[in-house]
Design a protein around this ligand. Structure first.
Ligand code: PRP
Ligand code: URA
Length: 208
């Protein structure tokens, strides 16, 4: 049951254009990542469970809703950090569990350098955050760590994905939904997404 949700929306197209433009400043780039993350969050959180919450409006009592489950946001360092704040705005009770991974430049394979996931008490639902899903290696390594922690429901959020990475990820984890703003043409010989946007971490943190 491979599920890939690609956002088809005019606002997504416009904000993606800002991200892709090489002349976009780091501040504008971060703002576009935030806006696109909000739109992704809308898609990826649609099936979250809620429970009744009795409240009183200024006019009368009524039954509202609150989230039922423990939610974890799992940004893949560094670039995933850019997606945390908009998700936290929407789900302020979320826990944030960082995973540090970088791609070895020679092999394009992910290398883990930071994880403080505990050994027990996993969150109920985890949203893995990374703007770029290129070969899919980093996304798969992150999701494997969450499965090892015991997380029963995981969703992968990316802003730009490559067909090659989607194929690998879905082969590794057919049960995990991927929500992406767009699927680009392909990977180039250096395993960068084209047309893509370049290096997302460097553009967010102004370290080009
Ligand atoms: C980038 C990106 C993903 C990864 C995607 O991180 O943010 O984590 O590459 O590539 P993959 O699908 O082929 O694994 P990078 O290694 O550049 O680290 P950074 O975020 O610290 O810049
Ligand atoms: N990481 C990035 O930041 N960009 C790519 O195109 C591929 C991996």
């Amino acid at each position: 049951m491979n599920k890939l949700v690609v956002l088809n929306h005019p606002l997504v197209d416009c904000h993606l254009t800002v991200l892709r433009n090489r002349n976009t400043s780091p501040a504008e780039f971060r703002q576009s990542v935030r806006r696109l993350s909000m739109l992704l969050a809308h898609s990826a959180t649609a099936e979250l469970s809620t429970t009744d919450l009795p409240i009183e409006t200024p006019l009368q009592p009524m039954t509202g809703k609150k989230l039922l489950n423990r939610i974890g946001l799992v940004p893949i360092l560094r670039a995933g950090i850019g997606m945390v704040e908009p998700m936290l705005d929407l789900i302020p009770t979320s826990e944030v569990w960082h995973l540090g991974l970088y791609r070895d430049e020679a092999t394009a394979k992910p290398v883990s350098y930071y994880s403080k996931l505990p050994e027990s008490s996993p969150v109920d639902v985890a949203f893995v955050l990374d703007p770029m899903l290129a070969t899919g290696g980093s996304a798969s390594m992150a999701c494997q760590a969450l499965i090892d922690w015991g997380v029963p429901s995981i969703k992968m959020l990316s802003i730009i994905a490559a067909p090659e990475g989607i194929a690998k990820f879905q082969n590794d984890f057919p049960q995990i939904e991927v929500h992406s703003c767009v699927v680009d043409e392909r990977l180039n010989d250096d395993s960068y997404i084209v047309p893509g946007l370049g290096d997302a971490g460097d553009r967010i943190f102004n370290t080009l």
